[in-house]
Design a protein around this ligand. Structure first.
Ligand SMILES: NC(=O)c1ccc[n+]([C@@H]2O[C@H](COP(=O)([O-])OP(=O)(O)OC[C@H]3O[C@@H](n4cnc5c(N)ncnc54)[C@H](OP(=O)(O)O)[C@@H]3O)[C@@H](O)[C@H]2O)c1
Length: 325
């Protein structure tokens, strides 16, 4: 299967490393890479590892459409920067791939949070697959778990600890540091989107909550429609007082189906330290699904890195070659 990579930053380069590592067993061929500032590299017979941008593999494509036409791939891999407000231009990139009868795999939660139902239907009309495992909780099975393993089970709601930066900030406050110390630590770990404001104001969690609800509960919502409050009002004094009571704070995403409605919210919640939602360390993520036939069960990812993001995309690529969806 031939791959066209749109975006080649941390996630794209980690995916390229993984593809190299697994090449014998899974012989994917990268025929094109397109970026915003670095340029374009295309070779329909397959690019070398770490190709230079520009000659002999350039010039820069004038548009994603032009790039996809030149790369002649089977799967477009969308790994561009998240735009939390609209999901663009990733949504347009995905549509351009569908219009060329290409499957799509993405780690970008923007399109799933803003336009999942439309994109799912467009993929079905084009007869191609659309996969996005790494959009929430990196490669830990969330979407593919539901896709493959739980026939007939209805999601009634979910509860998640989905944002790492806010947890790192709370842990810094608990150690007696400042809010800015926590943000600095999160930035040094490379886990923030942008300057970290997006994370601590709750918007990263809102985007993940909307994406999950769109896919698992057919909510047809957007991040702006999630009732969201972040952790920005937390002070060291307040956290110390909570800690004296044996409790801690986590930014929690909650979804619940009530009647015909899906209600979604993100809040900083005070939890017992032994609460399962408080128990995971550092950058770990956790989600619990509340269901009709399977009760409550969940997925945990302990301290994931960009290598797990790459694995989620890789698992999508393998699933697309098997065309199970
Ligand atoms: N990193 C992670 O651990 C992680 C985890 C889960 C999900 N994700 C998601 O994966 C995606 C990529 O993340 P990342 O960390 O790899 O980001 P990144 O390092 O900032 O890389 C983004 C890439 O997208 C390219 N790009 C941006 N706008 C573009 C456009 N309009 N057309 C073509 N290329 C464009 C950039 O080009 P230039 O190189 O020329 O600037 C760059 O190569 C994001 O949506 C992110 O939310 C990442």
């Amino acid at each position: 299967m031939k791959l066209a990579l749109i975006g080649y930053g941390y996630a794209g380069r980690a995916l390229a490393r993984l593809l190299r590592h697994k090449r014998e067993e899974f012989p994917f061929l990268v025929t094109g890479i397109h970026t915003l500032r670095h340029g374009t590299a295309v070779a329909p017979e397959g690019l070398p590892d770490d190709p230079p941008f520009g000659p002999p593999f350039g010039p820069r494509a004038a548009s994603v459409e032009e790039f996809l036409d030149a790369a002649r791939a089977d799967i477009a891999v969308e790994l561009t920067t998240l735009n939390p407000a609209t999901g663009e231009p990733a949504i347009s990139h995905i549509r351009a791939a569908f219009a060329r009868r290409m499957h799509v795999a993405t780690a970008n939660k923007g399109p799933i949070a803003h336009a999942y139902a439309e994109l799912r239907d467009e993929a079905a009309r084009a007869g191609v697959g659309f996969r996005f495992e790494s959009a929430v909780m990196d490669g830990a099975p969330v979407f593919n778990l539901w896709h493959h393993n739980l026939p007939g089970v209805q999601v009634l709601g979910f509860t998640g600890v989905l944002n790492s930066t806010s947890k790192v900030v709370v842990e810094a406050l608990e150690r007696g540091g400042s809010f800015e110390d926590g943000l600095k630590a999160a930035r040094a770990m490379g886990i923030t989107e942008g300057d970290g404001a997006f994370d601590v104001e709750g918007w990263d969690s809102a985007a993940k909550t909307a994406a999950l609800a769109n896919v698992l509960m057919d909510a047809r919502t957007t991040p702006q429609q999630v009732s969201t409050r972040g952790i920005v009002k937390l002070t060291p004094e307040r956290v110390a007082e909570i800690a004296r009571r044996g409790k801690t704070v986590r930014l929690i995403s909650r979804a619940r189906r009530t009647g015909g409605r899906v209600s979604l919210r993100v809040r900083a919640e005070v939890l017992d330290r032994c609460d399962i939602l408080a128990a995971t360390p550092g950058t770990s993520n956790l989600i619990l699904f509340h269901t009709d036939l399977m009760g409550t069960f969940g997925t945990v990812s302990i301290e994931p890195t960009v290598e797990q993001t790459a694995y989620g995309v890789f698992s999508d690529l393998v699933n697309l070659t098997r065309r199970s969806g």
